[in-house]
Ligand binder design. Sequence first.
Ligand code: NCD
Ligand code: ZN
Length: 345
Amino acid sequence: MQKIILAQPDDWHLHLRDGIGTRTIVEHTAAQFKRAIIMPNLAPPVTTVEQAEAYRSRILDLLPADTSFEPLMTLYLTDKTTEEEVYKAAESKNIHAIKMYPAGATTNSDFGITDINNVINALTAMEKMELPLLIHGEVTDANVDVFDREAVFIDTVLAPLLDKLPSLRVVLEHITTKHGIDFVKQSGKNVAGTLTAHHLLLNRNAIFQGGIQPHHYCLPILKRETHRQALLDAATSGDSSFFLGTDSAPHEIGKKETACGCAGIYTAHAAIELYAEAFESVNALDKLEAFASHYGPDFYRLPRNETKIVLEKTEWLVPPAYPFQTESVVPFRANELISWKLRSE
Ligand code: NCD
Ligand code: ZN
């Protein structure tokens, strides 16, 4: 049987949510990843170091006894984030970044920033402290076509921001367009990007395949095939500016299969296997380890993991649902096959 051995990967963009009902999804992540950058978009959001520390302990309480999984915490940037809080975050060993959501861009982003000029002092402090800014890169202007929101954000918000703060360390999260890839490539080493498994595997046709598919609805929304190809090229190019970030974003089934469904795709049950499929589709399995396990820690200035994982080429059937909160979550590829399987130790 074909198998590959990788240094244990980390997930540089993950939604774990909160509470006892997240135990299964916490376990899914801890079964494969050593560390993960935990998104702060709870309701209400995690805006202070104190709240992040408390959230971290709640996550640790849910972990299985035999895991060494480490949650890497982030703060949620609001119009009111102070420079003092930035300094406190930079000094905390458990906080690794601050996340910026434009207000209204996505799930639980109502507290996000309304104008980049409101947070310029906080961002200046982040540049000084070399604390990474993680960006949901989409404008929220209702007049901008939903498929163009990433490109317009890059041109009208991100590029001018980096002109003002040229050494700010930035991760453009879940890049979905060729424009985003090109922007990261032509930026300095202080600018990186994460790529999700679902954006590497699907184009926007998947949202409408045989009828409306709520479990393929996420933000930024899936894009056309030419963009998917550009993402796959970047992921498998060996360029250290691009690394793994699943954006696994579970929602209860009732919040997806409804007249106005939430955005988010759940991939944590099979994340590394899904990336393996994507890399294999372009004969680039040899590039998977650096993308999944090296470039992320290098950017975040953390050691690479010494532990290993084994992936075997063997098909398995994804169950229709996993327990989540008071209901369940429908995972990516529910009732379908995945061609790689993590060997359980
Ligand atoms: C995320 C969520 O549900 O929290 N949803 C998504 O579609 N990716 C929020 C986000 O990262 O945009
Ligand atoms: Zn996300």
